[in-house]
Design a binder for this molecule. Structure first.
Ligand SMILES: [Mg+2]
Length: 118
């Protein structure tokens, strides 16, 4: 399984990366904003899963998500929105825009495992 980890916080990426690796997934590509993420997605297909932050400079997570879902070649890529806010309205918006699931940061390895279904 190959994961694209998108977050503008280097610290948050480090924490999440450790947790993903803890599940035995070591093929991880990182990006710091939506624009970089889109480039890396194109360069590193097949990507199985995108762990996506909301608030980022240049291009935010929701804009990136809509762009990914507008392209049929990425239709099999799962997207999990990673939010630090538990506002359900935003989660609903992300799910309507094509996110497969969401996690509230900081999440535990167990929560991640459950959402990945592994
Ligand atoms: Mg952020």
């Amino acid at each position: 399984m190959k994961v694209l980890l998108v977050d503008d916080s280097v610290t948050m990426r480090r924490i999440q990366k450790t947790q993903i690796q803890g599940l035995g997934i070591n093929d991880i590509v990182e990006a710091g904003d939506g624009e970089e993420a889109y480039r890396k997605l194109q360069e590193n297909m097949p990507i199985d899963l995108i762990m996506l932050d909301w608030n980022m400079p240049v291009m935010d997570g929701l804009t990136f998500l809509k762009k990914v879902r507008a392209d049929n070649s990425f239709k099999n890529v799962k997207v999990i929105m990673c939010t630090s806010e538990s506002e359900k309205t935003r989660v609903v918006e992300a799910l309507k825009s094509g996110a497969n699931n969401y996690l509230v940061k900081p999440f535990t390895p167990d929560a991640l495992k459950e959402k990945l279904g592994i």
